[in-house]
Design a protein around this ligand. Structure first.
Ligand SMILES: [Zn+2]
Length: 296
């Protein structure tokens, strides 16, 4: 059996309910879980690393507040809580550029503040953390590992890991494993944003299924706002996403799971100790992934 986790980044207080419904009803209808990396307190002037306006701000019509807590979007919160196959993950704090490429104090503060916003909205405690642009400093990696059983990011490299994780990282890398675990924390990489509007649409399905076929667990990353051009649905791209849902659901050798499934041990992979089995850790680690893959 090969496993797939779908991770959609940047759900926030600006996200229209209809956008997620349009994108993901075909997944939910087929019983496929959708993991939404959610921004707890989105900043309404968020910029990308290249200085351009963040894509999700196309839905920021009249807001003048500099930040909006997720809990202020009552309709979205109610919608997400009403659908058990949606799983809310913790995605940064306000989505400032590289906000988790920071020191331990700032990481702790942002993690605590973000967790508080998510809890205040009524969401259950997430099982996984995702940093904006998949960028974490070693201190932030360690702080996130203390709080969450799963960290999902683009790839791992020695200089961005706590020193005490290095032996485990090297061991996993030697075994060419894209995912690894240490002290009860699962560390999952992904093969880049295969589901992206910047890729030729005709190639996406094939690339996704090829990635799924090559490893026991594949994390597929996408961004809901990429399926809209200045708030207008990109029907061609949306159709590609729905084709992916159909193929994943039809393949008897594939099972789509959530980060929570791994974190709670409902699904176990051969080289993982179930997350939580040996928490609390603050150290150690192991794993892989070719350095240099594009962050999303
Ligand atoms: Zn993001």
């Amino acid at each position: 059996m090969r496993y797939v986790i779908l991770r959609d980044d940047d759900t926030c207080a600006l996200t229209p309910v209809e956008s997620l419904e349009r994108l993901y009803r075909p997944f939910l209808k087929r019983g496929l879980p959708v993991n939404l990396a959610t921004i707890p307190n989105v900043r309404t002037d968020a910029k990308r690393p290249d200085g351009l306006r963040e894509g999700f701000l196309q839905f920021n019509h009249e807001t003048t507040a500099p930040f909006i807590p997720i809990g202020q979007h009552h309709a979205l919160v109610d919608y997400l809580l009403s659908e058990p196959l949606y799983h809310v993950l913790h995605h940064g704090y306000d989505h400032s550029v590289f906000e988790f490429d920071c020191n331990a104090h700032d990481a702790e503060y942002r993690l605590a503040a973000g967790a508080q916003r998510l809890a205040a909205a009524g969401f259950p405690t997430p099982h996984a953390f995702v940093a904006p642009y998949d960028r974490l400093s070693p201190a932030a990696m360690q702080a996130a590992a203390r709080r969450y059983p799963v960290i999902s990011t683009g790839w791992f490299e020695l200089r961005r890991l706590p020193r005490s994780w290095w032996p485990a990282y090297v061991a996993a890398k030697l075994r060419r494993r894209p995912h690894w675990s240490t002290h009860g924390t699962l560390l999952l990489s992904h093969p880049g944003c295969l589901l992206s509007k910047h890729r030729p649409f005709e190639d996406i399905l094939g690339k996704v299924m090829a990635a799924v076929a090559t490893q026991p667990l594949t994390v597929l990353v996408t961004h809901w706002w990429e399926y809209f051009d200045e708030t207008k649905p990109n029907t061609e791209f949306i159709s590609v996403l729905h084709q992916v849902a159909d193929h994943l659901a039809r393949d008897p050798g594939v099972r789509v799971i959530s980060f929570a499934d791994l974190a709670t041990g409902r699904v176990t992979l051969p080289w993982f100790a179930p997350a939580g089995a040996e928490r609390p850790s603050r150290d150690s680690g192991s794993v892989p992934a070719p350095g240099g893959q594009p962050a999303c």
